[in-house]
Design a protein around this ligand. Structure first.
Ligand code: CA
Length: 224
């Protein structure tokens, strides 16, 4: 899956690394793993991950030092895993370039949630986030559960149109006017055809129930 976001985990504890890898891969991420700091730095440089999960207590280099070195050349999000619970340490970590931290032991699902927050923050542009669905109107990019979904220009416009007011039901006529303008033949089924395509593409990434059909009236994007 070439579009899956790539996360690098630098962690010498094989059990923790495996648990994190499992959770992230289940969620559709591509995961690479380094078990020491020097390898982690090399992989961060050469594999250009979109996010780094960094254990603080590594056998060779200190995690905080790695974060500082990565930060010199890159603004990718860094999430620190730390066994320590000292507040001053956390503050200095965040000042030193980490974007977030988790104290061990942690739930892999909690880490996954933090990863998603950081990736959204770093992606930039105007993003509408509705549950698992993310629509970036600046980059004309749609992701569902972090997986990129490719839409035709009209399909994208239609989705972005519904996203203006999530939960609001738009009639077919409103959608036609808003997306196609006035030049559609009467009784055209173009809205329904495009909607079916959008749904099918979302289903391919397990995106069910994203668009609600209101029989005889129109469509709404599920607001969350
Ligand atoms: Ca460790």
């Amino acid at each position: 899956m070439a579009d899956a976001p790539h996360v690098l985990i630098v962690e010498d504890d094989a059990d923790v690394a495996e648990a994190v890898r499992f959770e992230l891969e289940e969620a559709g991420f591509r995961v690479t793993h380094a078990s020491d700091g020097v390898t982690g730095l090399t992989m961060a440089r050469e594999h250009t991950p979109e996010l780094v999960i960094l254990d603080l207590g590594l056998p060779d280099l200190d995690g905080a030092e790695i974060a500082r070195r990565i930060r010199k050349t890159s603004d990718i999000p860094i999430i620190i895993l730390t066994a320590m619970d000292a507040l001053d340490r956390k503050v200095s970590l965040l000042e030193g370039g980490a974007d977030d931290y988790l104290t061990k032991p942690f739930e892999p699902a909690e880490l996954l949630a933090r990863v998603r927050v950081q990736l959204r923050r770093n992606r930039g542009g105007e993003s509408v986030v509705l549950g698992q669905l993310e629509i970036n109107t600046e980059k004309r990019l749609v992701r569902y559960a972090e997986k990129e979904v490719r839409f035709s220009p009209k399909e994208f416009e239609l989705l972005a149109f519904l996203a203006r007011q999530p939960g609001r039901v738009y009639t077919r006529e409103e959608i036609e006017r808003g997306v196609w303008g006035e030049d559609l033949p009467a009784n055209s089924n173009v809205v329904d055809v495009h909607m079916a395509n959008i749904r099918s593409k979302l289903r391919d990434v397990d995106g069910y129930g994203v668009i609600r059909t209101v029989r005889g009236i129109g469509y709404a994007l599920k607001g969350q």
